[in-house]
Write a protein that binds this ligand. Structure first.
Ligand SMILES: *Cc1c(COP(=O)(O)O)cnc(C)c1O
Length: 361
């Protein structure tokens, strides 16, 4: 069977060269005589793999020295508890912006541990935009300020970071990490589930400023304390060894491509192809109208007619464009065009949409 163009929101497509290298080394990695899957996480061979993964992430994202890179489990969803448990150590107050389902889930979970204030929301219009924020409403002594940087379901992204002063800015970057450069020094914590843009499912990466580690709430479970993982090189217990290995291959692929500036240029090109078509189509419309709020990674679109949406998804699937069904809360379609989606895949999708539009006038 041929490989399809996979527009899944996550777990999502991986770069073909990464899959090929993993396949080649599946049974025997280097001169270890075993698969990476079979290695002890305490072995020298495996230590080299996790070290390389961390070094690659540090160089790709230009992570400053005073940040730890932690390889965790439990998904981004566990960070919804881990962040407040570790950071509610002062006023026990925090601010957050509701820009989608994941942001709301964070808000709900964090509110179990402290006083979280909503300083902006776009729920009035199905989260189809990034709300304008008024700095005077921010809590000056907050322990942290949380945003979902890229909103996977609704297709929006913060073009500009909120001006939080000295309050640690915490960002869920699950669906945009490694898609373009970010200034890590502007954040207290960046976290991401790996299954969108870094690796298969099972790994969560947290990039944590060192001064935010070591002052967790007393009730914090040992495994939810950043200090536990920071002090043990992410080896307090068994880390997701194979997923970290694939992450290191993805990083190597990105470095060979020219790093995150080069990746961004490709992602901008892909997104422009799709949005330009959507903005000029008489049949399809992007659900995010404000251009500055549009995600480079997730592009939701609709026809305004449920039957036509269903027909499109059915015919697209048959033609090898899969996982285009939108999230149930938005309806219609969504094309997730993460790093691993090649430009040709987006071009082919746009050509298919043009033909569909002509055939269904
Ligand atoms: C997918 C996603 C999540 C959930 O991630 P899990 O790893 O499944 O917990 C959280 N936030 C965002 C922005 C996501 O895209």
């Amino acid at each position: 069977m041929n490989r399809v163009y996979n527009f899944s929101a996550g777990p999502s497509a991986l770069p073909l060269p990464v899959l090929e290298e993993a396949q080649r080394d599946m049974i025997c990695h280097g001169d270890s005589g075993m698969s990476v899957m079979e290695m002890s996480h305490r072995s020298g061979a495996y230590q080299a793999i996790i070290d390389e993964c961390e070094a690659s992430l540090r160089s790709l994202l230009n992570i400053p020295e005073n940040y730890k890179v932690l390889f965790l489990q439990g998904g981004a969803s566990s960070q919804f508890a881990m962040v407040p448990l570790n950071l509610f150590n002062g006023s026990k107050k925090a601010d957050c912006v509701l820009t989608g389902l994941w942001a709301k889930k964070f808000y709900k979970e964090a509110s179990r541990y402290g006083d979280v204030k909503v300083v902006g929301s776009s729920e009035d219009k199905t989260f189809s935009y990034i709300p304008k924020l008024d700095k005077s409403t921010f809590t000056p002594d907050a322990d942290f300020f949380h945003i979902t940087y890229n909103n996977t379901i609704y297709g929006t992204k913060f073009a500009e970071l909120p001006d939080v002063g000295n309050v640690p800015l915490v960002a869920d970057m699950s669906s945009s990490i490694l898609s373009e450069p970010v200034d890590v020094s502007k954040f207290g914590i960046i976290y991401a589930g790996a299954q969108k843009n870094m690796a298969p499912a099972g790994l969560t990466v947290a990039i944590v400023r060192e001064d935010l580690i070591g002052n967790a709430m007393d009730i914090t479970p040992t495994m939810f304390n950043y200090a536990t993982h920071a002090e043990n090189g992410s080896m307090f217990n068994t880390p997701p060894t194979y997923t970290i290995y694939i992450c290191s291959l993805v990083c190597k692929w990105l470095k060979e491509l020219g790093g995150l500036e080069a990746m961004k240029a490709i992602n901008v090109e892909k997104a422009a192809l799709l949005y330009d078509y959507l903005d000029n189509s008489a049949m399809f419309n992007a659900t995010v109208e404000a251009k500055e709020d549009r995600s480079l990674m997730n592009v939701p679109f609709v026809t305004g007619n449920d039957e036509l949406n269903a027909k499109f998804i059915k015919e697209a699937t048959a033609a090898g464009f899969v996982n285009l069904k939108g999230h149930r809360s938005v309806g219609g379609m969504r094309a997730s065009i993460y790093n691993a989606m090649p430009v040709e895949g987006v071009k082919a999708l746009v050509d298919f949409m043009k033909k569909f539009e002509a055939d269904n006038k």
